[in-house]
Design a protein around this ligand. Structure first.
Ligand code: ADP
Ligand code: MG
Length: 256
């Protein structure tokens, strides 16, 4: 099983949209995909039409019950081959518990390890904060995918994220390859064009050489739940980004 963390220490950069579009793309290719919502804001969970109240079984259970199996927490989605684990509001309290409970940083790695025969890919939609949930995701991940809004301010979020990735890499003593996906690109603005140029220049080889354009159909598809699987320029861009990511992974590491 390949584990991809989709993370950026900035909110609103397209993490959740990227997680959903890549997971859907992998499932459509015929892979068994587990998509986990690690964000207490639960946007991904809502995109699947799962209500927050009463709290669904989900990601929080991985931390509160060490013997819980991901296969019992995951639910089938309307997309064949795509299972998802919902986020519960209680996730927001985890960060505080984390400080007093040693070992919690590897809870997710352990749960994923136990479930590895059931899925080809696990995609982790991370919160925008550097806390216990993000650390768990980065500790477990084989790849880090950083959606980066093509906006000058978003460069800071990217730099912080890459610094965090370096830190986690040092502590886990295993490389954490990273891939930057420029998102929310508006080619009509000078700021958008300049930022994309800068990204491509500074992070050559690590950054996808294209960008996901602004596309209201993508926004609508997220807001109206997946009943309307997105079509259009944004969805096409994610298809192409997925192919780039798969080609960037050495063949021996690809999931079956
Ligand atoms: N390419 C895009 N075009 C238009 N809207 C987008 C695009 N990508 C994301 N959005 C919208 O932008 C907002 C933030 O995206 P989201 O994926 O939730 O970001 P994050 O998870 O980083 O907070 C959401 O309303 C989402 O629907
Ligand atoms: Mg999100």
């Amino acid at each position: 099983m390949q584990i991809w963390a989709i993370a950026n220490q900035k909110g609103g950069v397209g993490k959740t949209t990227t997680s959903l579009c890549l997971a859907r793309g992998l499932a459509v290719m015929g892979h068994r995909v587990l998509l986990m919502d690690l964000d207490p804001h639960a946007s991904l969970t809502r995109a699947f039409g799962i209500p927050a109240d009463p709290a669904p079984a989900g990601t929080h259970d991985v931390f509160s019950n060490t013997s819980v199996e991901l296969t019992t927490l995951s639910r089938q989605t309307e997309i064949d081959g795509l299972l998802m684990v919902a986020a519960q509001p209680a996730l927001a309290t985890l960060e505080r518990r984390g400080a007093t409970q040693p070992g919690l940083g590897l809870s997710l790695s352990r749960a994923l390890h136990t479930a590895q025969d059931h899925y080809d890919y696990a995609l982790l939609d991370c919160p925008p904060t550097l806390g216990l949930l993000m650390v768990n995701a980065l500790a477990a991940a084989d790849r880090l995918i950083v959606p980066t809004q093509t906006d000058p301010l978003a460069m800071h979020g990217l730099t912080d994220m890459l610094r965090t990735a370096d830190m986690v890499e040092r502590s886990r003593r295993r490389p954490l390859p990273r891939h930057i996906l420029p998102t929310l690109y508006d080619r009509r603005t000078r700021a958008g064009v300049n930022t994309l140029d800068q990204l491509h220049e500074r992070f050559r080889g690590v950054v996808w050489p294209k960008a996901v354009p602004m596309d209201t159909r993508l926004r609508d598809a997220m807001a109206l739940t997946t009943a309307t699987a997105p079509t259009g320029r944004g969805a096409d861009a994610y298809h192409s980004a997925l192919n780039w990511l798969l080609n960037a992974i050495p063949a021996q590491q690809k999931a079956a």
